[in-house]
Design a protein. Sequence first.
Length: 437
Amino acid sequence: MKNTKNITGIRKKLFYFRVELRVFLHFLLELIYGRITTKSFLLFLKRLLYFLSKLQHNKFVKIGKHIRLGLYIPGFPSKAFFTACRKFLTFDEKLPDSTVLVSITSACRFKCEHCYQKKDIGKDVNIESLIEVVKKLQDMGVAFFNIEGGEPFLVYNRLRKICESIDNRSEVWVNSTGDGMTLERLKELKKLNLTAVMFSMHSPYPDQFNAFMGSESAWSTMIKGVDLCHEAGIPVSFNMCLGKSDFYNGVFEKLMETSKELHAAIIQIIKPKPAGGWLESGVDQFSDEDFIHIKSFVNTYNGSKAFRDFPAISAQIIEEDRTMFGCTAGGTDRFYINAKGDLQPCEFLNISFGNIYRDNFVTIYKEMRSHFMQPGEAWLCEKYAKNILQLFNINKLKSLPLDVTLSKNIYADWDRGKQTELYAVIENSLNNKRKLQ
């Protein structure tokens, strides 16, 4: 889908005001119908508008009829957008989760060196069990479903069934290499609420990309998939797992040029993580100076007039910074269900709180969230990777994530760091409400 347009400058400011006004009017009905008190309504607005203010550094992008404030924020105006907003109406317990990454299969013909599922050995979970959980999650307020594999198009019937089970209260994005993708399948999924497809592009050079993905046809498969999405009228995005050298040797700039040529709407920059295929070898260490350099790059592409026609960028090192959201794993704002049905706090954190097929989902989900009561500054996937590897080796395990018993050794007394600024402000506003009652 090539019908995308970036919202910048004065148009961005006017649009943000429009969002504030629309949110106010939309949720004013909750007050008028007596579903919330005046104090709760004012607190809700304070929390939500503070949250939205943290997104103003982003480049907003219009995709079709909707405008996105961020990668994981559903397009405005849409039913899914207001589902995401509704979480801030929760006052008596931990804020509900709004995003989930769901793997529907481990099937894949590529051999990506970094794959965080590389050690997730086992049979794909029963699809009906997964559908049941997905429906529960939507009823619990999840506004963004990110569906992946392996390669989901290799098990198209499973992919179609999952998409069929999610209505327009939520968005559905699919991560794909392009393998198994056809125009007919894309058109069918578009009718089933598919919002966008995200491809991987870790290098702008075909030979290097193929080597990274472990397939001589990876580049051509990806390009064909992108073309099919455009033909089907489905937006395209890219995720990029980049080492620190890529921000100094011209690779990042070349990737942005290529993404623009391929009419991408949004780019996600992923910092290499010591998980899965890289659990044993480890990854590049980024210095504070590296982070400053990368953030400057991203902010320039998102904010400078010279780059206004380039795709919007969502960078993990910015979103997960202590001044932003921090680590929101464990159902604080996101979590992961792997292909076997294991409930993980994050795809990069190889521990488990149970299995959706063998265990009661609500029980294990609540247990996981109880250990993630608030976001912390620490990046747990990096901080505890060596501990996970040690348990993996000592117990001579054949697959990950760690089971429930071994996982407790990781989270029983871990240090998640200080509460992040954003959620501290939200929690303080809630405490002030309680004092007034």
